[in-house]
Design a protein around this ligand. Sequence first.
Ligand code: ZN
Length: 657
Amino acid sequence: MKSLWNDAEAARCRTELELRVYSSRLLGRDSSLVLHGGGNTSVKLRECSLLGEEEDILHVKGSGWDLETIEAPGFAPVRMAHLAKLARLEALSDPQMMNELATHVTHAGAPAPSVEAILHAILPYKYVDHTHADALLAITNTPEGERHARAIFGKDTVLIPYVMPGFDLARLCARRFAAEANAGTIGMVLMNHGIFSFGSTARESYERMIGLVARAEEYLAKHGAWELPPARADGISPAQRLELAGLRREISACAGFPVVLSTHSQPKYLSFARRNDVAALSQQGPATPDHVLRTKRVPMLGRDVGAYAAAYKEYFSRHAPSAREPKTLLDPAPRVVLDAGFGLGCAGRTAKDAKIVHDIYSHTIDVILRATALGGYRALPEKDIFDVEYWDLEQAKLKKAGAPPVFTGEVALVTGAASGIGKACVEALLKRGAAVVGLDLDPKIEDVYKRADFLGLRCDVTVESDVVSSLETAVRAFGGLDMLILNAGVFPGGRRIDSLGSGEWQRVMQVNVDANLALLRECHPLLKLAPRGGRVVVIGSKNVPAPGPGAAAYSASKAALTQLARVAALEWGRDAIRVNTIHPNAVFDTGIWTEEVLAERARHYGLTVESYRTNNVLGVEVDSRDVAELAAEMCGPIFAKTTGAQVPVDGGNDRVI
Ligand code: ZN
């Protein structure tokens, strides 16, 4: 654990709130301190209101903000005077507390203050930092956790037994702090939860956090519990895509919506999943209650989704309280899978959620292994975990959540995805919530987007082994395949039949027809496992219904491809796979249409560039986005009962009409 404080960076902060942002981000940068929205920080400032009155304001992290990327508006400004009064109440329910916090901010539109706001308020220090540091969790999730914590920190911190976050925790901390704190107190350790540090400057509070966590890490090292056991990975099967897609289908059915399932077979995960004691270690519960909302209480061991769901429902009925306080059962599907065959599986409503599950569980494994080395991992009793998972505040959030984008949890694959229509299809699908795999010959595909829900793979679709390995990689990343957009194709320059060489003919057929046959064949078993049915969209061409002179190979190849798609529609209907074709024309915002080529073609027809672009019945320009939007819609509910169709996107062509 090292301090990341940098005087030059800190000197750029003009206000104390900016310093608060700066040191919060330093904490956020270290994933062994906080992960994805975990942890929170605050600063108390004396401010002057519009009416010239001075008042103390607590700027505390707002919900929905992440410490790694927080900005000044991410801190909710709450009136200290009111917080102090609340802290003196005997009892306050969580919904009441959230109402009081939200109605005592000084800025309309401020985010909801953290549920730990009152706790920050009662600590008599200007800056307060709170993390769920791995090292602390490894130490406090052991049978002797309290003894270890006392041995490490002595009287430098106040030790707080586990209480669920919220008003009761704030009250307990206030009492313990008043009774036990001394002049040298620099922090507070919350058993099975995390750690607080505080100070009079941003730097002091931050450095104390780093110092306290470093002491915990050194203690683990001294007790042979810091270095993780060596990890090995052998005997992993190279082709698992059908098994994984089958597992994703089952998890999706159990959840009631399609999920993204990412799998991770690095030695760390395989070794953990293959330990003899994996059941004892993994079935205890999360390292901090904060994680249960992402990971569920425990991972699924192996692949029996039905048994997992039954056990989850049992856990719910064991703890779900009386009719006075009804709780809504969450979907009983697992989020973490530990499997000796593939290692770690992470399921989420979106690719980003699956990534968060992965990050959390990766740290959880470290915590479990270190706690085990220190004397045994022991998580909180399951009732405490349940209370967080089924917290009123979380249940209320569920009721408020609107419908997600139409393709949330689904996976699409687009060929020729680095530019033109293919790239526009990627964007149209991402916009609708899908995770997208883009294939392209151009290596720039790998860096087209840096986001959790996009995977760019360099792939020559005419090489079958390339296609197969791309599908394997795609399924390991996202769990399966729901939509396939066959877009990659070549359009050679005009050549009349009397001079068309067989080589050129074959090359066009190879890319536009043969490659698509292989893609369809290899994708079929995956599409068949799509939770909501598979969908294929083929990008054909106006040249199918209305071929042009000089384009024999292109027109014939697109006609063959269209016929292939029609047969696929016939053959795959019973597998709930729909196959439709789009015939675009004169889409000029693609790689092949440079300004020069466009000017040359316009001259050829005796037209200006402008009238050449809009030379159709409607007199409109057609661009990649028009084609892509239709392709995406064809995968959606509007076309749910359409297969084998061919739809033009060409502004109306008098030869086609
Ligand atoms: Zn916390």
